[in-house]
Write a new protein. Sequence first.
Length: 276
Amino acid sequence: MKSRIALTLALLAGFAALSPAKAQQKFITVSSTTSTEQSGLFTHLLPAFTKKTGIEVKVVAVGTGQALDIGRRGDADVVFVHDKDAELKFLAEGNSTKRLDVMYNDFVIVGPKSDPAKAQGKDVLEGLRRIAATKQPFISRGDRSGTHAAELRYWKDAGVDVAASKGDWYKEIGQGMGPTLNMASGTNGYALTDRGTWLSFKNRGELVIVVEGDTKLFNQYGVMLVNPAKHPTVKAAEGQAFIDWIVSPEGQKTIADYKIGGDQLFFPNAANMPRS
């Protein structure tokens, strides 16, 4: 009798140990940008990764600055962002040990079809100067995102001090790309956006692309594993599996295959660009 009870208890203990492990799905947390989320790329990309590996991906979609801060705190396993200067700083701080290029697209300036600033063309700096000179509404994300960082660089290179114009024609809203485009659409203003989010954006109103094609508008995305030596809770094996897949031929093809209305939103370049 005692041996039967002991056997039963042992079996129950075994089931108890097995059930949580079986019920617990492997997952990682990726802190990334609103552009990868709002463009629909992750909806297309992540199921393919999960099907291949069995690893679920939970995305925290914020501006690049916030995404990197999440990684600094160890609250994400992987960061997938698009501000190379900020990424290299993250790397230099020891928050990761390696950065890989993944894909690129470009930025564009959108504005009202009537283009009251006469900003249309291929020169982003001249376009911004004309918007500033005519004091046409410009809606800025103002959220420390990769897009916001790029926008501020362009204003600086154009010789325009937007800090002196805040609240006038230059409006910072501290939100993501979707709300920024919604406000630009509602006010017939101008805005800088990545092309991927623009192609997936439906509430365009009178907005069209007014500036595109300048090489300065190149927009590179990179991926990094958060350093497990600094943050022991990081799921290093699973996070690295995601990175390995996304830069693999299969992952790169999955990125290239994502299109809206026949337009490709992101262009994989993991094998073609120098790696830091």
